[in-house]
Design a protein around this ligand. Structure first.
Ligand code: NAD
Length: 311
């Protein structure tokens, strides 16, 4: 028996419920949204497909229904409009996250908090500071999606299955994120060595710039084209949920509280972490080259400033 609670039954929250329902990952999903009509409609739509999936109880509930959830996923909040950065959402969504934490009464819960609302690094920090819960229990979806995008673009460029590529994006889930070229491995082979053997005709250095740009600007392109992003993030969130609920000890670049790792403290941003039933079991300090170190420090500084300027 496992249960997730999803706060916010908009595009992201409902698509997460749908992807989890398809996988049969849990036996119960509660959706909570201030828009009662919307959440009722979403639940009807999801439950009418129950004949086709494993038995699962999906219902519209209230904050009290979060108490026994294994994971509480927060997706409520304003999303970016075309051309708007994630950091521009900060004040509206920070107030909302605090209000949601108060309503949930976090000390009466047993589960992990998984924050998706943007700007996700700042919201993760807000929930940690406002709830007072152990920091390992509060995770931001961070750059799990960005790392997946990085692998996708590498896969297309190098013509290798995404699943045979190891590659990470760390730092802010946003404009200052850091694409870790020094850590890319294809079939266990460091990228520079792989490139020397590769038969694909590509200008690898020029393409690296293009790939990094594509990773960083993906969300802007999608929002410009269709108004919102929700499929990719929902699969990324499902992957994090799997790691938690199935106690997988998986390495994922979630947003987490740093206390000295990478020379950074009192900040949430994404780095590779081992994720299990307890949340963040361990932060991995992967070696960075000088340029990556500087970029990560810059990303952290930017997030600290944004947090400081919050109303
Ligand atoms: P949406 O507008 O479709 O849904 C937001 C929902 O939150 C609405 O249904 C609204 O009624 C609900 N809501 C507002 N206040 C609430 C409250 N107090 N309690 C419960 N529900 C409440 O937006 P969306 O596209 O689903 O995006 C949601 C958030 O997720 C945004 O902040 C967006 O930027 C973020 N997002 C994050 C990522 C990521 O990678 N972390 C990716 C995509 C979207």
């Amino acid at each position: 028996m496992s249960k997730i609670a999803i706060i916010g039954a908009g595009d992201v929250g409902t698509t997460i419920a749908f992807t989890v329902q398809l996988r049969g990952l849990v036996t119960e999903i509660v959706l909570v949204d201030t828009n009662r009509e919307l959440v009722q409609g979403q639940v009807m739509d999801l439950t009418h497909g129950l004949f086709f999936v494993r038995p699962i109880h999906i219902y519209a509930g209230d904050y009290a229904d979060c108490t026994d959830a294994d994971v509480i996923v927060i997706t409520a909040g304003t999303r970016q409009k075309a051309g708007e950065s994630r950091l521009q959402l900060i004040n509206r969504n920070a107030q909302l996250c605090k209000l949601i934490v108060d309503k949930i009464e976090p000390h009466s819960t047993k589960g992990i908090f998984l924050i998706v609302t943007n700007p996700v690094d700042i919201m993760t920090r807000v929930v940690i500071e406002h709830s007072g819960l152990s920091k390992h229990r509060i995770i931001g979806s961070g750059t799990v999606l960005d790392s997946a995008r990085f692998r996708y673009f590498l896969s297309r460029n190098c013509q290798v299955d995404t699943r045979n590529i190891h590659a990470y994006v760390i730092g802010e889930h946003g404009d200052s994120e850091v694409v870790l070229w020094s850590q890319v491995h294809i079939g266990g082979t460091p990228l520079d060595i792989f490139c020397k053997q590769c038969a694909v005709a590509c200008n690898s250095m020029v393409n690296r710039e293009k790939i990094a740009e594509a990773v960083k600007h993906s969300a802007y392109h999608i929002i410009e084209a269709k108004g919102a992003t929700y499929y990719g993030i929902s699969l990324a969130v499902r992957r994090i949920l799997e790691a938690i609920i199935r106690d997988e000890h998986s390495v994922l670049t979630v947003s987490t509280w740093l206390s000295g790792q990478y020379g950074l403290s009192d900040i949430c941003l994404s780095v590779p972490c081992i994720i299990n039933r307890k949340g963040v079991a361990q932060i991995i300090e992967t070696p960075l080259n000088k340029g990556e170190e500087t970029s990560l420090a810059r990303s952290a500084e930017l997030l600290k400033n944004a947090h400081r300027e919050m109303l």
